[in-house]
Structures are given as structure tokens and as C-alpha cells.
Design a protein around this ligand. Structure first.
Ligand code: PRP
Length: 187
């Protein structure tokens, strides 16, 4: 799996340090509110868990699952909700936790959808911002890292459902994502 990686962009230590910085900011901003974290599965799983632990605040967690990508490397632009929240967020202070904003289409769709449910407040924390790929402008209140327009995997991010468990964020080798069938057996 490691030899499918062209370059490590963010190692585990850098991610941990930045997550702690973001947690400190969020903790200060939400000191007097009941915080509800909404993790966007599956990509945000690792970040959500590490952020929640670093926050050390009373909070609730709920999850949505969306998909905007087909089996390949390009965003399809069509967002589907695969799993909705279990909780009614009306009147709640909601912080959406995302792994990456790429075209912005997923987040734009999600925010429109969540605002329509009447939360008291709705903010966004995103680990990776790939500004160059943007097609829709979106609200982002806390951003971990600005990254280049490369195909990145690891720390929750996948290609063909693989690589999510890598402890770092790395650039996938072009030869891998240009294969006709993306989910080849891993070496
Ligand atoms: C990824 C990622 C974001 C979205 C960002 O999810 O987790 O939700 O794409 O892309 P966008 O800004 O171009 O819309 P994906 O649809 O791949 O599902 P996953 O989280 O299950 O991997």
C-alpha cells in the first residue's frame, strides 16, 4: 500500500499538532454552547474522532454519509445522502466536520440541507482545503491545511475505498488512479 504513495504531504505528527490547534480555537468559541459535531462519513471518520478527543468539551456526535464520487478519481458533482442524522438539530449549535473540500459541491449541498433544519448555529471545520479545485464557494470556519490540487489519500480519504487507514495524508501515484479498474488488489 505504501508504495502506491508518491509523496507524504502531511505526516501523523503534523496532523495531530494541527488538530490540537483547531481544537483549542473551537473550545474557546464554544465554551458556553452545547456543541454537536456532525461527521461526514466516511472520509471524516479519523479526523472527527481525533478532533473530538482533542476538544475535551461536553459534546454530542452524529453522522451523515454522503457520496459525490463515482468509482474513479473525479468528483461526479452529484451528491447523494446515504445516511441521515439520527438527531433533530433544530436550535442546536452544529459543527460540521469534513475531511476535505475539493469542488465544494458536497459541502454546499450539505449546508443548504442542514440550514433548512433550523439549527441555532452552523459552522464548518475541514481538515484539508483544495482551493484550486473549487466549483462552488462554501463557508469554512476552521481549516486545517491548504493543499495542492493533487489526488490525496489516507487518514480517512480513499481511492476505490482503499487507503483510508493510512496514518498520514499522501499523494497517490498517478499510475494507480489511471488504472481502468481502480480497486485492484493492493501489494
Ligand atoms: C469526499 C470528502 C468530501 C467530498 C469533497 O467524500 O469526504 O465529503 O468528497 O469533495 P467535493 O468538495 O468535490 O464535493 P466522498 O464523496 O468521496 O465520500 P467518502 O467520504 O465516503 O469517501
Amino acid at each position: 500500500m505504501i508504495d502506491h504513495i508518491e509523496q507524504v504531504l502531511l505526516d501523523a505528527d503534523a496532523i495531530r499538532r494541527r488538530t490540537e490547534e483547531l481544537a483549542a480555537e473551537i473550545r474557546a468559541d464554544y465554551a458556553h454552547d452545547d456543541l454537536m459535531l456532525v461527521g461526514v462519513l466516511k472520509g471524516a471518520l479519523m479526523f472527527l474522532v481525533d478532533l473530538a478527543r482533542a476538544l475535551a468539551l461536553p459534546l454530542e456526535m452524529d453522522f451523515m454519509a454522503t457520496t459525490s464520487y463515482g468509482p474513479g478519481a473525479e468528483s461526479s458533482g452529484v451528491v447523494r445522502i446515504l445516511k441521515d442524522l439520527d438527531t433533530n438539530i433544530e436550535g442546536r449549535h452544529v459543527l460540521v466536520v469534513e475531511d476535505i473540500v475539493d469542488t465544494g459541491l458536497t459541502l454546499r449541498y450539505l449546508l443548504e440541507n442542514l440550514w433548512s433544519r433550523g439549527p441555532a448555529d452552523l459552522r464548518v471545520c475541514v481538515l484539508l482545503n483544495k482551493r484550486k479545485a473549487r466549483k462552488a464557494s462554501v463557508q469554512m470556519d476552521y481549516v486545517g491545511f491548504e493543499i495542492p490540487d493533487e489526488f490525496v489519500v489516507g487518514y480517512g480519504l480513499d481511492f476505490g475505498e482503499n487507503y483510508r487507514n493510512l496514518p498520514f495524508v499522501g499523494v497517490l501515484k498517478e499510475a494507480i488512479y489511471h488504472r481502468v479498474r481502480p480497486a485492484q488488489p493492493l501489494d
